[in-house]
Design a protein around this ligand. Sequence first.
Ligand SMILES: CC(C)(COP(=O)(O)OP(=O)(O)OC[C@H]1O[C@@H](n2cnc3c(N)ncnc32)[C@H](O)[C@@H]1OP(=O)(O)O)[C@@H](O)C(=O)NCCC(=O)NCCS
Length: 176
Amino acid sequence: MRTERLVLRGWTESDRAPFAELNADLRVMEHLPSRLTRTESDSFVDRIEQHFEDHGFGLWAVEASGDFVGFTGLAVPRFHVDWMEEREQPVVEVGWRLQRTAWGRGYATEAARACLRYAFDVLCRSEIVSFTVVGNTRSRAVMERLGMHQIAEYAHPIEGRDAVPSVCYLSTRPPT
Ligand SMILES: CC(C)(COP(=O)(O)OP(=O)(O)OC[C@H]1O[C@@H](n2cnc3c(N)ncnc32)[C@H](O)[C@@H]1OP(=O)(O)O)[C@@H](O)C(=O)NCCC(=O)NCCS
């Protein structure tokens, strides 16, 4: 997919090194369970590619001015919590992770708008959710810019750790 400034595309081998770099960056990973090693980052890319095979959509690699800057896309969550029961099935989230130098330019919102349009127009979804930890104000601001509204506060399960206080937002229409 193309937006005014970005290309959302499938992953290439050359995305793996810059992706590992951003997954090791403390600022980028501040609100995520932990920074990733190169091996963990590569396994994540493998899972993303498998998700595309299984569902036909996924977390697209995002390019700005020809450079890989992170991902934005659609994914079926791998956990289950109460608020999911009342939602369209399978639940699909819109999510994003960009390298630090790509923040503050509106890229995440621009890419996510294209993903929401794809979800509503091509996948014919009625609903898309997004979730993050309560304190991730940048991510919540993206959700709000997309016109999403908060529908739940919940404890987000993390394997081998205490659950983390989190919020879920909902979109039921294409963004303007
Ligand atoms: C979440 C994340 C993608 C948000 O990035 P972001 O840069 O804050 O969000 P956007 O790309 O939408 O950019 C919006 C900012 O760009 C500014 N901006 C500059 N030029 C702009 C333009 N041409 N158009 C739109 N906005 C522009 C906006 O004013 C806004 O700035 P502000 O933060 O000072 O209000 C980023 O912080 C990130 O990757 N975090 C780590 C991963 C993460 O937490 N992911 C979510 C886990 S659930």
